[in-house]
Design a binder for this molecule. Structure first.
Ligand code: HSE
Length: 291
């Protein structure tokens, strides 16, 4: 039996819509696989009741097919589905790493990214790699049509997950179809600043580079309390706040010694809006790990 811990991830980071992602050190899914003639999937943990166990409908089914690796699969969910923290991606990434090992397929981590992305497509409709790439490779990742680049980074983060339902479909429908040259220039500048910040493990640069004039303002409207929570996080020391993935989680960048205050401020601000939430004091971390 092979066991893999696959981390939650945060995609977009504001200025890197559909391209940037980071692995978080918590929460995570744990995936166990064992050789079998026929694939079965058993799911426990947070939100497991909402996830189909039919391999044709589950994110790991496509991974099994691509690797020709039938297995008895147990998934212990630590990443809540529909959280904006890469829940389905964590399962797909963990399954890809585990089945590659179980069947000795010999694929590199980079080669496993498009395979796990196919698994993502089963649930989200499109094979975005911006969540599976960091869950497999760790660190900060840049996923483009040409492939994936990754770099290790050490950035303190707070991910705050409200009890709000935001469907990825709705969150994609509000994305503007066009951008002005001014917005484009601003976004390129911010994305470059963020990338430099990741390479230097500099939270200040990362936070400044997360600013986004295009997608985040449209998506923020879908999250009750976004402006108040974002402002509270900044007042508590966060240098950047954005929507994590398609939401509803918010992601804040701050110094290590400010994480507790930022987490508390975000939770209090959500509570003031009548929204229950939980906060993860986390950081950019490594990718899926074999036990
Ligand atoms: N980049 C994707 C989005 C991540 O923001 O819609 C969620 O699949």
């Amino acid at each position: 039996m092979i066991t893999v811990r696959a981390p939650a991830t945060s995609a977009n980071l504001g200025s890197g819509f559909d391209v940037f992602g980071v692995a978080l050190d918590r929460p995570a899914d744990v995936i166990r696989v064992e050789r079998a003639d026929r694939t079965t999937i058993e799911i426990t943990g947070v939100g497991s009741q909402y996830i189909p166990t039919d391999p044709d409908k589950n994110t790991v089914g496509a991974v099994v097919d691509a690797l020709e690796a039938p297995a008895r699969i147990e998934i212990d969910k630590g990443v809540r589905p529909a959280s904006g923290l890469g829940s389905s991606a964590a399962s797909a990434a963990g399954a890809a790493v585990a089945l590659n090992e179980l069947y000795d397929r010999g694929l590199s981590r980079e080669e496993l990214v498009p395979i796990a992305a196919e698994g993502e497509a089963v649930v989200s409709g499109t094979a975005h790699a911006d969540n599976v790439a960091p869950s497999i490779l760790g660190g900060f990742t840049i996923a483009t049509g040409d492939g994936v680049h990754s770099v290790e980074a050490d950035i303190p983060l707070v991910a705050c997950l409200p009890e709000i339902a935001v469907s990825t479909r709705d969150a994609r429908e509000v994305v503007p179809e066009t951008a002005s040259m001014e917005q484009l220039v601003e976004t390129v500048g911010n994305a470059a600043t963020l990338t430099m910040g990741m390479c230097q493990s500099d939270p200040e640069l990362v936070g400044r580079g997360m600013a986004d004039p295009l997608v985040t303002p449209a998506r923020a409207k879908l999250i009750t309390g976004y402006e108040a929570v974002s402002q509270a996080a900044r007042e508590a020391g966060a240098v950047g706040v954005t929507v994590s993935g398609a939401g509803p989680s918010l992601l804040a960048v701050c110094r290590d010694d400010q994480r507790r205050a930022v987490a508390t401020a975000m939770l209090d601000a959500f509570a003031d809006e009548g929204v229950e939430a939980r906060a993860y004091q986390t950081r950019v971390s490594r990718g899926a790990t074999l036990f």
